[in-house]
Each structure stands twice: as C-alpha cells, then as structure tokens.
Design a protein around this ligand. Structure first.
Ligand SMILES: Nc1ncnc2c1ncn2[C@@H]1O[C@H](COP(=O)(O)OP(=O)(O)OP(=O)(O)O)[C@@H](O)[C@H]1O
Ligand code: SF4
Ligand SMILES: [Mg+2]
Length: 327
C-alpha cells in the first residue's frame, strides 16, 4: 500500500548577505514550499539554476534546518526531532549528489566508502560487512575487485555507481539524487538511468530526482515539481505536466529543450538564475511572462486546478494572450 513517505509543509529558508532576491539582507532560497512523496514512486524536480532545488533537498534530508515549516518522514517530524531519534531514521533516507569527483573521499578504498553508512549505523561487521559491500557493488554493476581500489581509478559514471552503492547500503526507503547525471557523458547517463530504473523496481525504492534535463525526469519519474525563484510553480504527473504544462514557466522550460516541440513559439527562459526583479508581491515570473496581466501583480497560490495537478498561475494552461477570449 502506498503511503505518504515524505511530507514537507510551508518550508522556507533564507541565507544571509546581500545579493539575489535580497529581502532586506537575505536571499530567500526556498519560500513557502510544500511537497509530498508517496512511497514507491519517483518524483522529479526541475527548474533553473538558483531556483532553490538543492536547498530544498538539504531541508528535506534534514541536512539543514528550515527557517519555517516542517518535514515529516513516515509521519515523524524530522525538523524538530532530537538528534538521538533522527540518527536511526537517517538510515532510511540517503542521498547521491551531483559531483562524483568530490563526493567520494579520494584517499579511501571503494570498499571502505561503500561501507561508511554500514559503519555509521553499526550494520554487520567483519566478513559479513565485506559480503554486503560485494553485493552492493554487484547491484550497481561493478566487480567485487572494485572494493580494493580508490575512486581515482574509476570514470565519472563508475564513481556515481559507487555513490549509489553507498546510498543503498542501509537499504533506505528513499534515495534523493541531486543532479546525479549532470557530470556524465551521454552513454554513461543512459547506463545510469537503466541502473536506477532497475534498482527502483527491484527494491521498491522511493526516488526524488533533481535534474536540469527534462528527459531524465521523463525516463525516471512518475510525478514532477517545477521550481522558480524559490517557489513551487507547478506539480503533477510527468505525462501531463511535461506534455501539456499549465504554468508558463514550465512551457518555457519545454520550449528550451533541444528538440522541437509545440511550445517553440514561446520565449525561451533567460539564461542564469532569476534576477529578482519582479515587482514586490507580484508573481515572480512577471517580468518574463508572455501572459502577464494586471492580476499577476498579486502572487498566485499553488492550487489544484485539475485533479492531481497543482499550479501557481492566474492564467493556467493558456498558450498566449491572443487566443484567450477572456482577456
Ligand atoms: N549555503 C548558502 N549560502 C548562501 N546562499 C546560498 C547557499 N545555498 C544556496 N544559496 C543561494 O540560494 C539560492 C538557491 O540555490 P540552490 O543551490 O538551492 O539552487 P539550485 O536550484 O539547486 O541551483 P542549481 O541548479 O544551480 O544547482 C541561490 O541564490 C544560491 O546562491
Ligand atoms: S501568474 Fe501571471 S505572470 Fe505569473 S506565470 Fe501566470 S500569467 Fe505569468
Ligand atoms: Mg542544485
């Protein structure tokens, strides 16, 4: 039976200092975001650089504390739980980060790296632990002999497999992958997607996959969230959101894909992070939105406009002003 494995409510996180989206003297990296992950499903998260995806991931994994909001893992509030109760929970959610060159300690043998979570959670010891490591390496398509070598002996794709083996060591329910493929060449990306699909079905994992590349989300995920400037702007099944987007920003993301698509006539998103130049209190896409109207000077809430789909836009699903009879 599926259940809500991870549920975040109204999460906000600001970083001090002056800069982008400066509100006084801080940057609101994540602003009032709620998200829920059903067990056994794969959820994608997309958005431009600087949208707040990695910050949200760190909050969801309790690697950072939110300024506001809560995260519940299997019903337990991991934002307020004492460290002593959080520790055993941590073995149930694991992460794989973007850069396989910096996320693995170059001085340690791969066997030690993969065994790190086993040691941290006192799971197995001696030859039993070695056997577990061997099986984990095998599960990600690496030979047992890999355990005796150091990360420097492996390609980027192989290192990401090592990071995945390490993430799987504690038999977690949830694995969060933050841009797991961005540092890899295309053949390595394809092989890693195949691996993740296989692991997902074999281990009934719940996945959260952050990706720049919509194709990655299409091939791996059931549902997707779209972030823009610290806010969640659209959410729903991949087959709907990435086919007939309701939010103009999602349509822009699709238009920016290399392949020609039905939204090619919409303006492409500007490169780089959102510049924070929207009028105070307005929809954050206002300066870049082809559909913007006066009502958009009030920021829209994320609402369920179609069953199973949420969108934060006053004009959801409209392709351009000329074709909208209500405008
Ligand atoms: N530790 C930090 N200290 C200060 N500012 C931060 C910190 N982490 C993130 N930020 C800022 O918060 C905003 C969101 O950053 P974040 O890394 O979450 O975005 P992202 O969507 O993951 O981007 P990318 O696609 O480039 O990984 C950015 O403006 C970033 O500069
Ligand atoms: S609310 Fe208005 S400005 Fe914002 S995305 Fe929708 S149409 Fe564009
Ligand atoms: Mg990031």
């Amino acid at each position: 039976m599926k259940h809500m494995l991870l549920e975040a409510r109204n999460l906000s996180k600001s970083y001090g200092g002056r800069g982008l989206r400066d509100t006084g003297n801080s940057i609101r990296a994540v602003d009032d975001v709620s998200i829920g992950l059903q067990s056994g499903t794969a959820h994608g998260m997309v958005g431009e650089s600087g949208a707040g995806k990695s910050t949200l991931v760190r909050l969801l994994l309790a690697l950072e504390r939110p300024d506001r909001g809560t995260v519940r893992f299997d019903g337990i509030d991991i934002t307020s739980v004492p460290a002593v109760r959080l520790r055993p929970l941590r073995r149930r959610f694991q992460a794989v980060f973007q850069d396989p060159y910096t996320s693995l300690n170059p001085h340690l043998k791969v066997g030690t790296i993969v065994a790190e979570p086993l040691a941290a959670h006192a799971i197995a010891r001696g030859t039993e632990r070695q056997e577990l490591v061997r099986r984990l390496l095998e599960a990600v398509g690496l030979p047992a002999a890999a355990a005796t070598r150091r990360p420097g002996a492996f390609s980027g794709g192989e290192r990401q497999r090592i990071a995945i083996a390490r993430a799987l060591a504690t038999s977690p329910d949830l694995v969060v992958l933050d841009e797991p493929l961005s540092a890899l060449d295309l053949p390595a990306q394809v092989r890693l997607i195949e691996l993740l699909l296989r692991l997902r079905s074999e281990r009934s994992l719940t996945l959260l996959v952050v990706a720049h590349d919509l194709a990655v989300v299409r091939s791996l995920c059931d549902t997707v969230s779209v972030m823009y400037a610290g806010r969640m702007v659209e959410e729903g099944p991949v087959g709907q959101v990435l086919v007939s987007p309701l939010h103009p920003f999602t349509a822009q993301l699709l238009a920016a894909e290399p392949m020609a698509d039905p939204y090619a006539s919409l303006p492409r998103p500007a490169s780089g992070p959102p510049d924070g130049s929207w009028p105070p209190g307005a929809c954050r896409l206002f300066p870049r939105c082809p559909l913007a109207s006066d009502i958009c000077l009030r920021e829209p809430d994320l609402l369920e406009t179609v069953p199973g789909r949420r969108v934060a836009c006053w004009h959801p699903g409209q392709k351009d002003r000329a074709t909208d009879p209500d405008r």
